[in-house]
Design a protein around this ligand. Structure first.
Ligand code: FES
Length: 362
């Protein structure tokens, strides 16, 4: 093969042993497929966010992206039916002397259907106005048969104080929201875990969009309440935390800090112990998201390991003036810090960009 733009991909026998593979020729990524006795080559970079198409799978004549499952015809590079205007480059191939060759200059033009950006993807700019507080109740219960929750009770007490203080509040009870578990896009590649969350972008019925909106765009203060379940926070808290990886991941992959000058505090209650262990996890995670904490950033109440009289625990929390005052004082500390942060907020263009890794190095 004389022409310089033809490149030898290797022996046909070896290449035909796999139905789909990702190959690099210089800096060009190729998704090479073999089906029905024919090779075909399209770009190995997905139009969405660059997933390695050749590492995906074949679905008939379509290459399925391994990251979020967009499909492209293995011969034409066009998107699946309904998305034909979406196309990745396709390349000519030839077999000569038992080797497969590809013409990199034959690549067709990449085409993208214009997509409106997701509303969550807009720049994060604090809207003018008073302090805004979002409460997150992570206790699990059947919304059809609500029960008294000690953590939620103290959370609503604190939110009531915030309203008297003059703040706007929103309360999200995770048990009332239908949202999917994190499906592990980050485990495929850090770049497969997108902001907004891949699930949020693909599933309009997923209701975590309103929590993202509140945390990233709306709130100055986040107050999270969790029960202790077997020494750790509630399963709904962890379900939320996994879905918040997309917020932290923007710092990791783009040095883009979505959470700035926001305050987080915590309420932890339980019939069992390990308050410090639960709060340690919360502080670490919310710190890595970019939140700041007031002095004494949590309140907690626990009956201890051997207390099994949970009905007494409920009545104790329900009637305790000390705990109610503790919740109000926690809210007050968070509000005061938020007020100071807002008052001292630098102009957006003077904010030094410095992500988690840069911070760790300093
Ligand atoms: S579907 Fe390919 S990168 Fe998202």
């Amino acid at each position: 093969m004389a022409e310089a733009h033809w490149h030898d991909l290797g022996p046909v026998d070896a290449l035909a042993s796999r139905p789909l593979q990702q190959i690099s020729v210089g800096r060009t990524r190729i998704a090479l497929s073999w089906a029905g006795g024919e090779f075909a080559a399209i770009s190995g970079a997905c139009n969405h966010v660059g997933g390695p198409l050749g590492d995906g799978a074949l679905d008939g004549d379509y290459v399925v992206c391994p990251w979020h499952h967009w499909k492209y015809h293995r011969k034409t590079g066009q998107g699946e039916p309904g998305y034909e205007q979406e196309a990745v480059p396709r390349y000519e191939t030839r077999i000569e002397d038992g080797h497969l060759w590809i013409d990199l200059e034959s690549g067709t033009k990449r085409q993208r259907i214009p997509h409106d950006p997701h509303p969550l993807a807009r720049p994060v700019v604090r809207a003018p106005g008073g302090i805004r507080v979002v409460g997150l109740s992570t206790t699990a219960m059947d919304p059809a048969f609500p029960r008294f929750s000690t953590s939620e009770h103290l959370l609503t007490t604190a939110l009531g104080f915030a309203e008297q203080w003059g703040a706007e509040t929103q309360l999200f009870k995770l048990a009332d929201l239908r949202f999917r578990h994190c499906e592990g896009y980050y485990s495929k590649s850090a770049h497969a875990c997108t902001w907004p969350c891949s699930i949020t972008q693909m599933d309009p019925d997923d209701q975590l969009d309103r929590v993202y909106e509140a945390l990233v765009h709306w709130a100055d203060v986040v107050l999270l309440a969790t029960p202790i379940r077997w020494g750790v926070a509630s399963s709904l808290y962890f379900k939320l935390a996994e879905r918040l990886n997309c917020v932290q991941n923007q710092t990791t992959i783009r040095n883009k800090v979505l959470i700035r000058n926001k305050v987080a505090s915590f309420i932890v209650t339980g019939g069992q112990d390990n308050v410090q262990g639960v709060v340690g996890q919360l502080l670490t995670f919310f710190g890595e998201l970019g939140f700041l904490f007031p002095q004494f950033p949590f309140i907690a109440h626990s009956r201890g390991w051997s207390a099994e009289d949970m009905e007494n625990n409920m009545s104790e929390v329900r009637t305790s003036r000390e705990l109610a005052e503790g919740a109000e004082q926690l809210m007050n500390r968070a509000l005061c810090l938020a007020r100071d942060l807002i008052a001292n907020q630098p102009a957006p263009d003077s904010v030094a960009r410095g992500g988690r890794k840069a911070h760790h190095l300093s």
